[in-house]
Design a protein around this ligand. Structure first.
Ligand code: GLU
Length: 302
């Protein structure tokens, strides 16, 4: 019998340190909300003897720019945050996401509609009554591509027609069974502790876009697992994304991190900050003479 490594008092047995990450997209300058997320992750890693990783979520080449990526490094260093090298850049790992798509296999189907066609189908459905929306406010997929005959799919793919890959939610749910996650922060309705996942709220979600061979949801789940992330600490706006992330983790047999969704920083009108509001951009605040200690005070972290 082999001695088990996880138990006992052998000096060689070491508890793995917790792993935290901050995962911004370089599609604009970081603002006060990002400062809160990055500082919380960094402080929690420090306080627990854990590791802190930075990941650049740059799958969307049309929206991401190198100057925003350099600004992320500058702004975080200015806040006093240090991260491990190398930094993972998602745009360098499309092969890994392609592998995950192959693992999902027949739970995915190609969907050929254009944005315009989908908008028209949604308008038709809405004309007949209300049509459900996902937690981000986008209408659920109204199309019928799930039931296209295999021969037609093959013909359209062979002719070079572009397509997105969607998750067949009904079959995915049947395969995964009931799901939950452990929330140590809180959701928009105060949800905490064991939260029941509701991936069906996303409908047949796109996991690989027409123009990008992956999606936020797929890449984040694959990378968190590959990087050994044990604690996902991020804004409450992503709370219900976790339902879909738990489903993908289960289908791909990936480990389940602990989640903490933190409060959002709102503007004076009570809206979530956006990358286009320069007033709360860290670099503008810095240029106007604010210090890192002022930023911490502004976001309630001093
Ligand atoms: N890249 C995402 C964003 O900038 C965050 C992803 C995550 O923390 O899961 O909103």
């Amino acid at each position: 019998m082999h001695k088990r490594w996880t138990h006992g008092s052998s000096p060689r047995v070491r508890k793995m340190p917790p792993v935290f990450r901050f995962a911004p997209s370089p599609n604009g300058y970081l603002h006060l909300g990002h400062a809160l997320s990055a500082l919380l992750n960094f402080q929690m890693a420090r306080a627990s003897g854990g590791r802190f990783l930075l990941r650049i979520e740059d799958i969307d080449a049309t929206r991401c720019r190198p100057e925003y990526e350099s600004a992320i490094y500058e702004d975080l260093a200015w806040l006093g945050i240090a991260w491990e090298q190398p930094v993972r850049r998602q745009s360098e790992h499309f092969d890994v996401y392609a592998q995950a798509l192959r693992t999902l296999g027949s739970l995915l189907y190609p969907s050929f509609e254009s944005r315009g066609e989908i908008a028209r189908l949604v308008a038709e459905r809405e004309g007949q009554g209300s049509w459900p929306r996902d937690p981000d406010g986008a209408p659920l997929y109204p199309g019928m591509a799930r039931s296209l005959p295999e021969a037609e799919r093959a013909k359209r793919i062979a002719s070079g027609e572009p397509y997105a890959l969607r998750l067949d939610m009904g079959r995915a749910l049947a395969q995964a069974g009931p799901l939950a996650w452990h929330e140590t922060g809180a959701g928009p309705g105060g949800e905490t502790g064991t939260v029941v996942a509701r991936p069906e709220a996303w409908g047949d979600a796109v996991l690989a876009r027409k123009d990008i061979p992956t999606s936020y949801h797929l890449a984040v789940v694959v990378d968190d697992a590959l990087q050994g992330v044990t604690h996902v600490v991020r804004g409450r706006d992503l709370f219900w994304s976790t339902s879909l992330h738990r489903l993908l983790q289960t289908l791909l047999a990936l480990p389940e991190p602990v989640y903490l969704h933190h409060r959002l920083i709102l503007d004076s009108a009570g809206r979530k900050l956006s990358k286009s509001t320069r007033a709360t951009a860290l670099r503008d605040l810095r240029e106007s003479g604010q210090k890192p200690s002022d930023i911490k005070r502004l976001i309630g972290l001093d």
